[in-house]
Each structure stands twice: as structure tokens, then as C-alpha cells.
Design a protein around this ligand. Structure first.
Ligand code: SAH
Ligand code: CA
Length: 234
């Protein structure tokens, strides 16, 4: 248990060998070149563990394609793995509102975004997510118009994001939450959890409990990457 909490590894329920097999067999060979580039550049960053796990990315791309989603919101851009993945997957007239407090990491990937000719799909907003979502909700035209949302920042606010997303995303739309198993610490005795992981662990535990009983959505928890919860608005 303790070693798991130390490793902050992605691929919670797998042995490292099984995860490697899965990545090498199914994910990396099909990963678009630009995403591979972002993944490699990001791996040299001090905060590289924040990036979306590539197997989660593959699942998100499948969801986007399955339902031909066009209008999306993303909270938490960092170096853009999930953002570029979404932009590459949605149709040419698709739109993404991408929100992050920090523009620097996104700026690094802007060359890649320009090269991929996907910039026209992206509206990057440098802001706190909560205030941006509230601004969007102030305009009635934005209610129920989004097909998809990916939430990957600021775990303390997941419940607040959820309430706002239920207003912004249409009935039948999909909302995905990342890091909902918080390196497996949600199932560990508190004393085995590293101090730095404890606050978010608690927020995630509370969110998961609330979320699991939310009858407004159909949900499924997928134990890949750092845990990803898929929700379909009823
Ligand atoms: N989805 C990204 C990873 C996001 S990491 C990827 O695939 O790489 C989390 C990001 O959330 C960080 O870039 C951080 O700057 C941003 N963030 C943290 N708190 C935030 C807040 N309150 N509002 C908006 N963005 C926030
Ligand atoms: Ca994440």
C-alpha cells in the first residue's frame, strides 16, 4: 500500500508490466504523432505527472468519435495532451472552450497546435475555471449547448464544476472527470497516504461519494490511468 502511494504511478490496477503491454500493444501504435510529441516534451517537465495518461486519452477519443461530439469544454489544459487529442478528434467545425489558470504550459504547445491546423477549434481562456463557468452560465444561450466536458483540475471544486456542467452540457451529453482514484489513495488507510496527497484525497473521496448517488447522471468508473469517471447526463 505505502509503496503504491509513493509511486504516483499511472495504471492503478495493473502491474507495471501489464500496463506497459497495454500501452505498447494498443495505445502507442495508434497515438497520433503530435500527441506523442506532446507526451515526450511534457515528460521533461517537473510536473509531468499531471498530463492525461495516454490510455485515458484513447478512451476519451473513442467517446468523442462514438457520439460525434462537436462542442466541448475542458478544465485543466497544462501542456495540452487532452486538448490536442480532443481538437484532433472532433470535426473541423467543432469547438473547444479550454480553461486554465496558467497560460505558460499551453504556450509551449502552441507551435504544435498551429502545425496541426487545429487552432481554429480552440478558444483558450486563462482564468479560474469556476469564474469562467459562471460567466458562461450568465449567458442563457450557453445553457445545454455543450456535448462534452473534460474536468481535470482543482479537485476541491469538482462538485461545483459538476453542478455547472449539468447546466452547460446538454441532456445526453458526456462529462468526464479525471484522477478520481487519486493514485489509489482513496482506498488506502489515511495513515499510509503521503501528507501531500491527503487534502485532494479527501476531496475526491467526498466527490465520489456524492457523485455515486447522483441520479441525474449515469456513471461508470474506469480504473485506468489515475481513474476516470464517465458520466452521461440523463
Ligand atoms: N488535461 C491536462 C492536465 C491538466 S493538469 C493534460 O492532458 O495534460 C491541471 C491543470 O489545471 C494545470 O495546468 C493547472 O494550471 C490548472 N488549474 C488548477 N487549478 C485551476 C483552476 N482553479 N482553474 C483553472 N485551471 C486550474
Ligand atoms: Ca489528470
Amino acid at each position: 500500500m505505502a509503496s503504491l502511494s509513493n509511486s504516483i504511478s499511472k495504471g492503478l490496477l495493473y502491474s507495471p508490466e501489464l500496463r506497459e503491454y497495454m500501452l505498447e500493444t494498443f495505445v502507442y501504435p495508434r497515438e497520433p504523432k503530435l500527441l506523442k510529441e506532446i507526451r515526450l516534451i511534457t515528460s521533461n517537465q517537473p510536473r509531468c505527472l499531471m498530463a492525461t495518461a495516454p490510455e485515458n486519452g484513447q478512451l476519451i477519443a473513442l467517446l468523442l468519435k462514438l457520439t460525434n461530439l462537436k462542442k466541448t469544454i475542458e478544465i485543466g489544459v497544462f501542456t495540452g495532451y487532452s486538448l490536442v487529442l480532443t481538437a484532433l478528434t472532433i470535426p473541423d467545425d467543432g469547438k473547444i472552450i479550454a480553461i486554465d489558470l496558467d497560460r505558460d504550459a499551453y504556450q509551449m504547445e502552441l507551435q504544435i497546435i498551429k502545425k496541426a491546423n487545429i487552432e481554429h477549434k480552440i478558444n483558450f481562456i486563462q482564468s479560474s475555471a469556476l469564474s469562467s463557468l459562471d460567466e458562461l452560465l450568465n449567458e442563457n444561450d450557453n445553457r445545454g449547448i455543450f456535448d462534452f466536458a473534460f474536468i481535470d483540475a482543482d479537485r476541491v471544486s469538482y462538485q461545483k464544476y459538476h453542478e455547472r456542467m449539468l447546466e452547460l452540457v446538454k441532456v445526453g451529453g458526456i462529462i468526464v472527470y479525471d484522477n478520481t482514484l487519486w493514485c489509489g489513495t482513496v482506498a488506502m488507510p489515511e495513515k499510509c497516504v503521503k501528507e501531500t496527497m491527503k487534502p485532494n484525497r479527501q476531496h475526491i473521496i467526498e466527490f465520489n461519494k456524492f457523485f455515486a448517488s447522483d441520479t441525474r447522471v449515469q456513471i461508470f468508473q474506469v480504473p485506468i490511468g489515475d481513474g476516470i469517471t464517465i458520466c452521461w447526463q440523463l
